[in-house]
Ligand binder design. Structure first.
Ligand SMILES: NC(=O)c1ccc[n+]([C@@H]2O[C@H](COP(=O)([O-])OP(=O)(O)OC[C@H]3O[C@@H](n4cnc5c(N)ncnc54)[C@H](O)[C@@H]3O)[C@@H](O)[C@H]2O)c1
Length: 317
């Protein structure tokens, strides 16, 4: 039976990945300090005999006690702008020292396949569109998003340096906006904000004019991509974009959610935050070529599934 370790397991992506790997009959070791994650996400997993949860901070956890692991997914980090602005130092530390801690554990477990959850934010406010892995990015190193963007950029540099120096089996996934069940209603990310506001008949808040674009990937597609990144042979040292290239303006997403929820909520506009990227769209040719991956779920279908989940979890409908 293969063994997997997931940090950030109580979060949105982590909890979905735990379920997926358990369904693949893996033994899953899961670590989370609940900084931004939720115990509720673990409820469907906790009684599975192959699921072993450790309530701990990555920075303090003794990874060596787990012995040999086949797959390691390092996802622990606040991910939404609201959360990393609230926890800037924690964000920097888990991505820098936390990543180093896991890489040092991998020096002793050097056959494990490691996938790091990086982000499209490493491209900052991009001047190249769509974003290819070869683009260096346009990041403000001292802006209020820098704890996240630069934390992830440092982690990528550290990982690639360990790969070059120690030949570890390391892979970097640059994740673009992802959405779906197990997102928090107060998470601050655009899709959960809009759905929660629409279902509770509050105004749907668009920051700026809503002309900025994003590309949204449904969670099942993302989990599949992360799994393929871990499983595919000869991928060590690769950095790969994972995201849905279907690009939408934020205002279009607000209108679509309004239509799908049948809400009467008005769409209102508020001033945008500094350094908010104007455009975001992954070039996924590398993922198509190296891991044979392409998202399958259309935005409207993914939104329907997410709305059903939000209705059940937050409105008992
Ligand atoms: N969801 C997205 O759209 C998206 C986009 C790009 C990158 N990512 C990356 O994917 C990963 C997961 O994102 P998510 O959306 O699931 O976020 P999330 O906030 O839902 O989950 C992150 C989890 O990490 C945990 N955590 C944070 N610091 C920790 C620490 N020091 N020790 C142990 N646990 C810690 C949190 O409690 C939480 O459960 C993050 O690394 C994020 O940067 C996500």
């Amino acid at each position: 039976m293969n063994k997997a370790l997931i940090t950030g397991a109580a979060g949105f992506i982590g909890s979905n990945l735990c379920q997926f790997l358990l369904d693949k009959k893996m033994t899953v070791f899961a670590v989370d300090n609940f900084l931004t994650g939720n115990k509720k996400n673990l409820e469907p997993l906790i009684n599975n005999p192959h699921f072993h949860f450790f309530a701990a901070d990555v920075l303090d956890f003794d990874f060596f006690k787990l012995g040999k692991i086949d797959y390691v997914f390092h996802l622990a980090s606040p991910a939404s702008p609201v959360k990393y602005r609230a926890y800037p130092i924690e964000t920097l530390m888990v991505n820098s020292m936390g990543t180093k801690k896991i890489l040092d554990y991998l020096l002793k477990n050097n056959t494990a396949s490691f996938v790091f959850a990086s982000t499209s934010e490493v491209y900052g406010n991009p001047k190249e569109h769509p974003q290819k892995e070869t683009y260096y990015g346009n990041v403000n190193p001292i802006g209020d998003r820098a704890c996240y963007d630069e934390g992830k950029r440092f982690a990528e540099t550290l990982i690639i340096t360990y790969f070059r120096r120690f030949k570890l089996n390391l892979r970097v996934a640059r994740i673009f906006n992802t959405y779906g069940p197990n997102m928090e209603e107060d998470d601050g990310r655009v899709i959960c904000n809009f759905i929660y506001q629409a279902l509770s008949n509050q105004p749907i808040t668009v920051y700026g004019k809503g002309e900025q674009t994003r590309s949204f990937c449904y969670i099942s597609d993302m989990i599949n991509g992360l799994y393929l990144m871990a499983k595919t042979k000869n991928l060590a040292g690769e950095v790969i974009n994972l995201g849905n290239p279907e690009e939408k303006k934020i205002i279009e997403v607000a209108q679509l959610i309004k239509k799908l929820t049948l809400t009467k909520s008005p769409i209102i506009f508020k001033p945008n935050y500094p350094d908010d990227p104007e455009k975001r769209k992954p070039d996924i040719k590398k993922a198509e070529r190296l891991i044979k991956w392409r998202p399958k779920i259309r935005l409207e279908d993914g939104l329907q599934k997410t709305i059903i989940y939000f209705k059940k979890r937050y409105f008992s409908l």
